[in-house]
Design a protein around this ligand. Structure first.
Ligand SMILES: [Zn+2]
Length: 349
């Protein structure tokens, strides 16, 4: 199978994506972003720098996609097109931003407004509630300022040490996996203990980085913006009990509805926190399907008309600072999709 796939991939590249586009290009792509930050702010970060794209790079990507004849659409439009069964003439692009960072409003919205681009912002409620455990930033800082880290809970006991920056950077994904898999009952105390944070410090950091509920209401009132749900506490959902899963999903939708009540928009779209197969799979998909029109993953892939049967697991391509016209072409024409998924045209379970 590997040999046939490699041969086919080679053929797709040689035919400049024309053949792969017809089979795997689908009707379009949804992009996953997190933050929009000018270079000087983006450069404060190291390991997490790629969570942010600069406004100028974002604009470059938008202009390129427009030049290629793509049409930017909201998730409602994508959903309606899938339901209609009528393939659109032009490739659709859906832009989505996860978590609820304030920079989405400060630096992202002006770019989207300038080019009339619909966007979805998935808010995780712990951001505006100022209780988010921003451990990916805490871990980055710890790896840069310390030489050891201890995680000690009822279920995990780990001790990490490093002497060089290179070793520290290499540890990030390993520690990330351990932190993400802590059970909900332990996670808050363990994070606070590991990183020496108290509630006041957590709240302060959230205030600096997160959209407030007022700003979320303001965004929800913008014609171009769809507010989506992203759970209460941004946990890896597969670690949760059934009751915890229901709470994380339903309560977040309910609270978003209450907070944006005046704007009279429904909350019908959802993104799985972290969004890989290890974070959300069949059980999570079926709960999301009950409550939302669409739910998006953090898995690369193109959207085919067949996705209508699987609107609870829509793939997304990451869009970061290092995106190039070549990479965009490979995404649009289905080469990236084929490279990841082989002969599977539609992303499903
Ligand atoms: Zn997220």
């Amino acid at each position: 199978m590997g040999f046939i796939k490699d041969k086919t991939l080679g053929f797709f590249v040689k035919t400049k994506g024309l053949v792969s586009d017809r089979i795997y290009g689908g009707i379009g792509i949804s992009f996953m972003l997190h933050r929009v930050l000018p270079s000087e702010l983006r450069d404060q970060y190291t390991i997490n720098r790629d969570l942010a794209i600069t406004p100028s790079q974002l604009e470059t990507v938008i202009l390129y996609l427009q030049k290629k004849g793509c049409r930017f659409a909201s998730l409602d439009e994508l959903y309606d097109i899938l339901q209609s069964g009528r393939k659109p003439d032009r490739k659709l692009i859906c832009i989505t931003l996860d978590d609820g960072y304030r920079d989405n409003l400060l630096y992202g919205l002006p770019v989207f407004q300038k080019h009339n681009i619909p966007v979805t912002i998935y808010v995780t409620n712990c951001f505006p509630n100022h209780t988010a455990l921003l451990w990916w930033y805490w871990l980055e800082q710890k790896l840069h300022t310390d030489h050891q880290l201890r995680i000690d809970t009822a279920s995990v006991s780990k001790n990490y040490q490093w002497t060089s920056q290179q070793q520290a950077d290499a540890l990030f994904p390993e520690i990330r996996t351990v932190l993400k898999s802590l059970p909900k009952t332990e996670i808050s105390a363990a994070m606070k203990e590991t990183f020496g944070k108290d509630d006041a410090a957590i709240s302060r950091e959230c205030q600096d980085i997160s959209l407030t509920w007022d700003e979320i209401r303001q965004l929800s009132g913008e014609a171009l913006v769809t507010i989506g749900a992203h759970t209460m506490n941004h946990l890896s959902l597969r670690t949760l009990t059934d009751a915890e899963l229901e709470y994380e999903i339903c309560t977040s939708k309910q609270e978003l509805l209450e907070k944006t009540e005046k704007t009279d928009k429904a909350i019908e779209h959802f993104a799985y926190p972290y969004g890989a197969i290890g974070d959300a799979f069949t059980r999570e998909y079926s709960v999301a399907k009950k409550h939302f029109k669409t739910a998006v993953l953090n898995r690369r892939g193109n959207i085919s008309m067949g996705q209508v049967a699987y609107t609870e697991c829509i793939p997304r391509m990451p869009m970061g600072q290092n995106i190039t016209p070549e990479k965009l072409d490979q995404m649009l024409n289905g080469i990236t999709h084929f490279s990841d998924h082989g002969f599977m045209k539609t992303i499903h379970y």
